[in-house]
Design a protein around this ligand. Structure first.
Ligand code: KIV
Ligand code: ZN
Length: 547
């Protein structure tokens, strides 16, 4: 594999693997594919598409991404590398290879822990056995695939001298990228930078491979540690969109990319990312995972470019650089302009979508266009943000076990908020239910619960307006947690903890958007719990009103 210029930092995105390990971030295969397409548009170098040995569904999702996105040219003309994770076992490596092989540029990423804590308590292996296994499994992966990444898990807490030995052996066995994970987010930037510098200095053959860094944010230091690693010689960074991931998350893609971009004179490094796609991708991932971006989140938070204090506003009016180190346009914000209206035709509509980076065809395009016309009837001014919300809702494909066919609410100060919902189950039967609640959303959710009857807890509910103005579309994101009977509360982590599911919906009516989001999350829960086929017959037949 050819090595890029020494000032080029490869962006390795693991949103679909480590990111998907965040509580509640479970994505469907269709959602994963859509995120992978958006990552290719953004221009990331490597997409870690999943952990194929985790389940047949995971394997299939990675395979679909390899088949399609693994052949989609990025802005530089080459497709992204598609990578699959594997533990250091033959079975895992074979599954990873099966999944990524269809890509033009496949990669196998295998890992084994090297810290004393992990070797002793988790692996129950001594250091010699670990070295032996690394040599065997990296060699095996290399016999299948020309591009092999090896990670010594918990490198941040590993003995550096032992790490040098393991890494040197991995290189000899055929690894082409060595990734150094701070698995538990323990190190400080000084320590992590020194760890990478030590590797550059002490590992024979290191000049022939790419050094990668992979940091977690348990102490809020992931971005700082990643940048320290890059300054010490790493040329690949492992990141996730919005920083989602295990526990406190991974290093966030947008923070590292924009730090390298904004402070280029300091770092002297570049990436292949089209930064104007960042906001769009952040929203897509937030919608699909149901994980809301905090307003004060760097780069992609709602307040990241808002100036509230009078002194700041005064300064901004005099000169934008007084309080702004990046232009919002650089990350794809505030680019909305009036694009289409009620009289725009299908051609103008699809051309504008292509300009925004969406290539819709067939049924999708038909439906999206019909929705656009309906929206234009309600809302005279259609901005890019409106189009994006419409497309996000159209492309959003949670499994449709139950579909929303109708919703009627009555609310206000004069009576009890009441909602009636009509849902269609996969056999085409309609279920109509009404309920009273503390407000219209509560009433509508109670009516849905009467039909679907899946015990769950609403963990998060958030609404935001897509554009300004009274006629703005509303986007709703929810997260629900399944409730299982008899979960022991004995102080131990449950063996099989309850899962969390996200849902998203957009509409000019926020109660409709709220019900769409709730239904999407419930449908994902049903499929995860019962499997697609079983969920299809899960409806309560007693309340069928019309067949
Ligand atoms: O955090 C970690 O150590 C990982 C490895 C699998 C790279 O995610
Ligand atoms: Zn990780």
């Amino acid at each position: 594999m050819s090595k890029p210029d020494s000032d080029y930092v490869r962006i390795f995105d693991t949103t679909l693997r480590d990111g998907e390990q965040s509580p509640g971030a479970t994505l469907t295969s269709a959602e994963k594919l859509e995120v992978a397409r958006a990552l290719a548009r953004l221009g990331v170098d490597v997409i870690e598409a999943g952990f194929p040995a985790a389940s047949p569904d995971d394997l299939q999702a990675v395979q679909r991404i390899a088949e399609e996105v693994g052949h989609t040219p990025r802005p530089d003309g080459t497709p992204p590398i598609i990578c699959g994770l594997a533990r250091a076992t033959r079975g895992d490596i074979e599954k990873a290879w099966q999944a990524v092989e269809p890509a033009q540029r496949p990669r196998i990423h295998t890992f084994l822990a090297t810290s004393e804590i992990h070797m002793k308590h988790k692996l129950r292996m001594d250091p010699e056995q670990v070295v032996e296994r690394v040599v065997e499994m990296v060699g095996y992966a290399r016999s299948l695939c020309d591009d092999v990444e090896f990670s010594p898990e918990d490198a941040g807490r590993s003995d550096p001298q032992f790490l040098y030995v393991v890494l040197a052996e991995a290189i000899k066995a055929g690894a082409t990228t060595l990734n150094i994970p701070d698995t538990v987010g323990y190190t400080t930037p000084e320590e992590f930078g020194a760890l990478i510098a030590g590797i550059v200095e002490n590992v024979p053959g290191i000049e022939d491979v790419v050094i990668s860094v992979h940091c977690h944010d348990d102490l809020g230091l992931a971005t700082a540690n990643t940048l320290a690693g890059v300054r010490a010689g790493a040329r690949q960074v492992e990141v996730t969109v919005n920083g989602i991931g295990e526990r406190a998350g991974n290093t966030s893609l947008e923070e590292v990319v924009m730090a390298l971009h904004t402070r280029r004179p300091v770092f002297g490094l570049r990436t292949g990312v089209d930064t104007t796609q960042i906001t769009r991708l952040s929203k897509l991932v937030s919608n699909y995972t149901g994980i809301v971006v905090p307003p004060n989140k760097a780069i992609v938070g709602a307040n990241a470019f808002a100036h509230e204090a009078g002194i700041h506003q005064d300064g901004m009016l005099k000169h934008q650089t007084t309080y702004e180190i990046m232009r919002p346009e650089t990350v794809g914000l505030n680019q909305s302009r009036l694009v289409l209206g009620k009289h725009s035709g299908r051609h103008a509509f699809s051309v504008r979508l292509e300009e925004l980076g969406y290539r819709l065809q067939g049924d999708h395009l038909q439906r999206a266009f019909a929705r656009f016309k309906a929206l234009a009837d309600k809302k005279k001014v259609i901005s890019d943000a409106d189009l994006e919300a419409l497309i996000a809702d159209e492309l959003y494909q949670p499994p449709e076990v139950f579909a929303l066919e109708g919703l009627q609410v009555a609310c206000g100060t004069m009576g009890m908020p009441t909602a009636t919902v009509r849902l269609r189950d996969p056999k085409g039967r309609q279920h109509v239910r009404a309920a009273v609640g503390t407000g219209p959303v509560d009433a509508a959710y109670k009516a849905v619960d009467q039909v679907i009857q899946v015990p769950n807890r609403l963990l998060e509910f958030s609404v935001h307006a897509v554009t300004e103005g009274i006629d703005a579309q509303g986007e709703v994101t929810v997260r629900i947690q399944e409730q299982r009977p008899g979960t022991a509360d004995n102080g131990h982590a449950p063996k099989d903890p309850p899962r969390t599911f996200g849902g998203y919906g957009a509409d000019t009516d926020i109660i409709v958007a709220s019900v769409k989001a709730y239904l999407a999350a419930l449908n994902k829960l049903l499929v995860a719990r019962d499997g697609q086929a079983a969920a299809h017959v899960g409806a309560q037949t007693a309340d069928v009103e019309r067949a």
